[in-house]
Design a protein around this ligand. Structure first.
Ligand SMILES: Cc1cc2nc3c(=O)[nH]c(=O)nc-3n(C[C@H](O)[C@H](O)[C@H](O)COP(=O)(O)O)c2cc1C
Length: 386
């Protein structure tokens, strides 16, 4: 299958530019052997490359390129398939933008096109190329430090007191070294329930977790609890039962964030919105979880305005390497910023995921990276400081 991969990357600091001609010469031979075309642009700091050819060859070469330590922050911008080649001449060509003006580079690349249909800038690949040449996306090139720049050091003072029957998952601001909320997860999962019985069980689990967690949750920390969205619709008096449970747990509604998952299809939007109005009236905050992973997406924000949204592993995993994921998260962040909605990024496992999201403006995180053994919080410290 004819495949195109486009990526950009950053020349490693210790690598002199003088290595480029030799690297291109070698790469050209390997590309030709795999019937791959590689058009490489370099602007003095960043690379941009279009690789085109049979899928196996492109993937093999891209795998080697990703592992090459002469550059870093490799971000895949596009992976696409097409019926015919844009560039028929296998090998490799380097365009050094420091020595050419942007118009002549764009024309030179167009001239390399061998497609029987004239190559035009309607082509997505060439749009990416033009954006790079004209440096239009540069503000979104976040330079993520290598993972081993950080150590994650457990802090026993930062962990919540244990509570029977609940597991705590902290929400943290890693640079502010602050736990901003505690998520309480009930230990029991419903088995084989459906319909109203499922939602009744869910409400009992949430109020039970609230009761057990309330005693361990400091007054100045928000308690985060997930609830099925339809529990708020199908269980009569769900909101007033929640308010009573908050009271018996010795807390106030302003301390509670209820998270509903966007992946649970909200089939009765009007009835759900009505329940949300009651929640807000009672002073309870609403978070929409797994935001962007489910069926409703951004349009949900036009119906229900939550106080927070939580994006999860489905979209944050390997975000530092994926242009499409970065574009989706940028869109979510822009939208939430316009609506003054706070964003939590959950499911963080890798330092690079956290660093990319911090650079994009997220401050609240959850995930194994910040939760050491025994649920103690682990704070990032630079290696030299440890
Ligand atoms: C920015 C950049 C672009 C590269 N482009 C190619 C390429 O198009 N084809 C290629 O075979 N190697 C390319 N290389 C070199 C590969 O990373 C790798 O060194 C080479 O394929 C030899 O593979 P090996 O290191 O596994 O022996 C590139 C390296 C860099 C830093």
């Amino acid at each position: 299958m004819l495949t195109t991969i486009i990526y950009r990357s950053h020349l490693a600091d210790e690598v002199p530019v003088s290595v480029l001609p030799g690297m291109v010469e070698k790469a050209s031979l390997l590309n030709a052997r795999h019937q791959v075309t590689g058009i490489l642009l370099f602007n003095g700091t960043h690379f941009f490359q279009i690789l085109e050819g049979p899928e196996e060859g492109v993937l093999d070469i891209y795998g080697r390129i990703c592992a090459d330590r002469r550059h870093h922050n490799v971000v895949e911008l596009m992976r696409d398939y097409s019926p015919s080649r844009r560039f028929g001449n296998h090998g490799m060509e380097l365009f050094d933008l420091r020595h050419h003006d942007s118009g002549s580079v764009l024309q030179a690349v167009l001239d390399r096109g061998t497609s029987k249909y004239r190559l035009t800038y309607d082509d997505r690949g060439l749009q990416f190329l033009r954006t790079f040449v004209e440096a239009r996306e540069k503000e979104n090139y976040f330079e993520v430090l290598p993972a081993d720049y950080w150590d994650f050091v457990p802090d026993d003072n930062g962990s919540p007191a244990p509570a029977a029957g609940v597991t705590f998952r902290p929400v943290v601001d890693p640079l502010g070294r602050e736990v901003t909320a505690l998520e309480a997860l009930p230990d029991d999962a419903p088995a084989g329930l459906s319909g109203v019985a499922l939602y009744e069980h869910n409400l009992d689990a949430v109020t039970g977790a609230m009761n057990r967690a309330g005693r361990s949750c400091p007054d100045d920390i928000m308690l985060y609890l997930s609830i099925l969205p339809m529990t708020l619709v199908y269980v009569p008096e769900a909101v007033s039962r929640l308010v009573s449970a908050i009271d018996s747990a010795g807390m106030v509604p302003q301390q509670i964030i209820l998270g509903v998952s966007e992946t649970e299809i909200i089939s009765q939007l009007e009835a759900f919105s009505q329940a949300v109005r009651q929640l807000k009236q009672a002073g309870i905050s609403l978070s929409i979880d797994n935001f962007g992973d489910g069926s409703a997406g951004l349009s949900l924000l036009a119906h229900v305005q939550p106080d927070r949204v939580r994006i999860g592993a489905g979209i944050v995993r390997n975000i530092h390497r994926s242009g499409p994921r970065q574009a989706v998260v940028h869109a979510v962040l822009r939208c939430c910023s316009a609506l003054e909605i706070n964003v939590i990024a959950a499911g963080i496992e890798q330092p690079e995921e956290w660093m990319w999201l911090e650079a994009a403006g997220v401050t609240d995180f959850q995930g194994a990276l910040f939760t050491a053994e025994g649920a103690a919080v682990a704070w990032p410290e630079t290696r030299e400081a440890v």
